[in-house]
Design a protein around this ligand. Structure first.
Ligand SMILES: [Zn+2]
Length: 165
């Protein structure tokens, strides 16, 4: 029996270190709760990840050796898309993906928003061709299924494709 309750990587919430901003965005695309801040010291990040029971993802071995890290993982890959694939595989994320429910910019949750409500914020082309929109409930960023979403979906598909090997 354990005397102290060791925090467990019980779910798939992440914190990315300051060098893994692209990976953070890539993890948010399929909907994973991923903390990323580039204004945080290493100690601050470690404390926040611990407090929120997040898996701390880093390529900095020294950071992982810090005694305060309760749940961390070294990311081997150097290219962001390969990093996503590595994390997806390591944590078995495939079944848990829920694309586009989370804001890529700030990690906030998105919610459907009516076209009328945001009409004045849209470019003419977007206004003309799209009817379905989502808005980040934290920062207000607006999303729609444009070509950028198609590219994101392809990236996610590639990262999640080879899970069975
Ligand atoms: Zn946002």
């Amino acid at each position: 029996m354990r005397a102290t309750a060791a925090p467990v990587c019980k779910d798939v919430r992440f914190a990315c270190d300051v060098h893994l901003g692209r990976l953070a965005a890539y993890l948010r695309m399929p909907g994973f709760d991923t903390l990323y801040r580039n204004d945080q010291s290493d100690a601050g990040l470690v404390a926040l990840a611990g407090a929120e029971e997040r898996v701390l993802l880093t390529r900095d071995v020294r950071l992982l050796m810090c005694g305060a890290v309760t749940c961390g993982a070294f990311v081997r890959a150097t290219i962001p898309e390969a990093q996503l694939r590595e994390v997806v595989r390591r944590y078995g994320l495939r079944a848990l993906a829920r694309p586009f429910r989370r804001c890529i910019r700030c990690n906030g949750l998105t919610a459907p928003v009516s076209r009328a409500e945001i009409l004045d914020q849209l470019q003419p082309k977007t206004r003309r061709y799209y009817d379905e929109f989502w808005r980040c409930q934290v920062c207000g960023q607006i999303y729609w299924r444009g070509s950028h979403v198609q590219r994101m979906q392809e990236l996610i598909d590639r990262a999640f494709a080879d899970q069975c090997r």
